[in-house]
Design a protein around this ligand. Structure first.
Ligand code: ASP
Length: 584
């Protein structure tokens, strides 16, 4: 028996018991005639004591030679500590050691295994197994386990069946590039790793599974923006014989359950917002509604004066920054510099101070009088003491820029509180999205998404205006889930592929199996998928997902611990009938 107890469970009620513990040496304090060692495992820390009188001299010496992170086993007696530590569960006791076994020695770790470590990100990723010993990472993984357990409990209770779908498949169009795997047995042919199990879960509905879920890895070969991973986990779900309302209710239920069980937060009904309104009011399809600062469109009250910049703009739009009138001129100039950075790209910013005495002072006083500015304040909902920030230009660009400013200011003002939760459904996304690069429409969600009833005709004349039965679940300004009601008949699906620029042959080659299945009695169906990594991070009060993933990849998609990706040898290439044609 390696241990009778773990390192987090002994307390005053165990005094005088003989115990056996095993774990890692966290640190030692050596006073010459007495040595204390903190022994650590997943469950906590227990203090060990060795001294020349009560234990043997030999053992004291052995204890003095133990290095950090040595793996040891001790037998001893639980005794009361002279000086207690109220900060840890085992703080009232220590173990007077009578037997010490070194189970394994350890090299000095390249960073300290402490909550606040001296190790930078790269070194911690290289020695991730050491990083996992630290509480912040360990606790995040345990937290993730709790969330996934709750997901499984809830969905199983609701009648969902977890079904595994294959990883070696054919392309699923979720808008990213596929990771491909060469097939040795089928020369010159490749599998694609799933960007999601989308087509399979639809086939499970045709197969009559009715309610499906899966906690599943997905793979997307994208340029990695900050805090994305090439492989990530979804809670993937699908239901048959449902309408949009059923889906929203089912997964609002799941999210409510998680908020309650994991965070102790009760949220009654999740608000809903149309995509068009989200864009108009927040410039963003995933608005953070923990705070206000909604956009006010100022065209009607700011155009047709003599200010050419506004007159020539497609959109003039502002936000009221709470308490912003306290900013000095210098601070406002800095804000303008911030918004002009290439990452945001605004050309400039007009502002208006809302003074406590009810007067206004703007950066364009030459063109606007007090009555005009009072209207700006009304439209942006600005109060005395606020600062109105106004941007103008091309609608889409300006919305994106003002949204970035809104988020930045909210961050600075401490309005994005991690322990506050504001879920929101964003609904009726456009079906198609224009892609400047390829000069074509793409499916905004994916090509299996159904248009809103009665909008099929509009596809021919105004494709960009067609709305879809597609929805996202947003939590604190992050998209945590998204899905749609699917097309479930062959004709509409072929029409859709046609609009998306697939020839009938291409559509057949890529998705013939799905269209075939639709001819064998496909029920109406729909679903959604949650991004589990992000969901867990947000529930955990954080916005970066890495600590919630045991073995994450870095920003270049590398696992620097195992050093992957890596070249394969010639023999393996030959076996796969592959020849390299490297660019560099
Ligand atoms: N497959 C979709 C995605 O990965 C989710 C869905 O439509 O259910 O975003």
């Amino acid at each position: 028996m390696y241990r009778s107890h773990n390192c987090g469970e002994l307390n005053a009620t165990n005094i005088n018991e003989e115990v056996t513990l095993a774990g890692w040496v966290q640190k030692s304090r050596d006073k010459g005639f007495i040595v204390w060692i903190d022994l650590r495992d997943r469950y906590g820390i227990t203090q060990l004591v060795f001294d020349e009188e009560r234990t043997s001299k030999d053992m004291l010496q052995q204890a003095q030679n133990l290095g950090r992170e040595y793996v040891i086993q001790v037998k001893g007696t639980v005794i009361e500590r002279a000086s207690k530590n109220p900060n840890i569960a085992t703080g009232d006791i220590e173990i007077l050691v009578s037997e010490l076994n070194i189970l394994n020695e350890a090299l000095l770790p390249p960073f300290t295994i402490e909550d606040k470590t001296d190790g930078g990100e790269d070194i911690r990723m290289k020695y991730r197994y050491l990083d996992i010993r630290r509480n912040p990472v360990k606790d995040s993984l345990i937290f993730r386990h709790k969330v996934t357990q709750e997901v499984r409990n809830y969905l199983s209770k609701e009648g969902f069946i977890e079904v595994e779908t294959p990883y070696l498949i054919k392309s699923t169009p979720e808008g990213a590039r596929d990771f491909v795997v060469p097939s040795r047995m089928n020369e010159g042919q490749f599998y694609a790793l799933p960007q999601s199990p989308q087509t399979f879960k639809q086939l499970l509905m045709v197969g009559g599974m009715d309610k499906y879920f899966q906690i599943v890895k997905c793979f997307r070969d994208e340029d990695l923006r900050a805090d994305r991973q090439p492989e990530f986990t979804q809670i993937d779900c699908e239901m048959a014989f449902i309408e949009q309302e059923d889906i929203l209710n089912a997964f609002e239920g799941l999210t409510r359950h998680l908020l309650k069980e994991v965070n102790g937060v009760d949220i009654e009904k999740f608000p809903r917002m149309l995509y068009d309104d989200a864009m108009r009011l927040y410039g963003n399809d995933k608005p953070d509604i923990r705070f206000g600062m909604a956009f006010g469109e100022l065209n009607a009250v700011a155009q047709h004066k003599d200010f050419g910049v506004f007159n020539n703009a497609e959109l003039v739009v502002g936000i009221a920054v709470p308490g912003g009138n306290s900013y000095t001129r210098k601070e406002i100039d800095k804000l303008i510099d911030w918004i002009k950075r290439p990452q945001v790209g605004a050309l400039g910013m007009v502002y208006c101070r809302c003074n406590d005495d009810g007067t206004f002072k703007s950066s364009v006083d030459k063109f606007y009088n007090q009555d005009d500015l009072a209207k700006w304040a009304e439209v942006t909902n600005a109060k005395a003491g606020d600062l109105i920030c106004v941007l103008s230009g091309d609608t889409n660009k300006v919305r994106t820029q003002l949204s970035a400013l809104r988020m930045e200011l909210a961050e600075r003002l401490g309005l994005r509180k991690p322990d506050e939760f504001a879920p929101l459904w964003v609904m009726d996304f456009p079906l198609l999205e224009w892609d400047e690069e390829t000069e074509r429409y793409h499916a905004m969600h994916h090509p299996f998404t159904s248009p809103k009833p009665g909008q099929l005709e509009l596809l021919k004349t105004n494709p960009g205006d067609v709305k879809a039965n597609a929805y996202d679940l947003v939590l604190n300004g992050n998209e945590i889930g998204g899905g749609s009601i699917r097309i479930h008949d062959k004709e509409t699906q072929s029409l859709m592929f046609d609009y998306l620029g697939f020839t009938p042959e291409e559509a057949k080659a890529q998705f013939g199996f799905l269209m075939d299945a639709f001819q064998y009695g496909a029920p109406p169906h729909g679903g959604l998928a949650f991004g589990l990594d992000r969901l867990v991070a947000i529930l955990g009060g954080q916005e970066t997902i890495r600590d919630f993933i045991a073995f994450p990849k870095n920003n270049s998609g590398r696992d620097i611990m195992i050093d992957a990706p890596a070249p394969i040898d010639d023999e393996q290439l030959t076996e796969l009938s592959l020849k390299l044609n490297l660019k560099s």
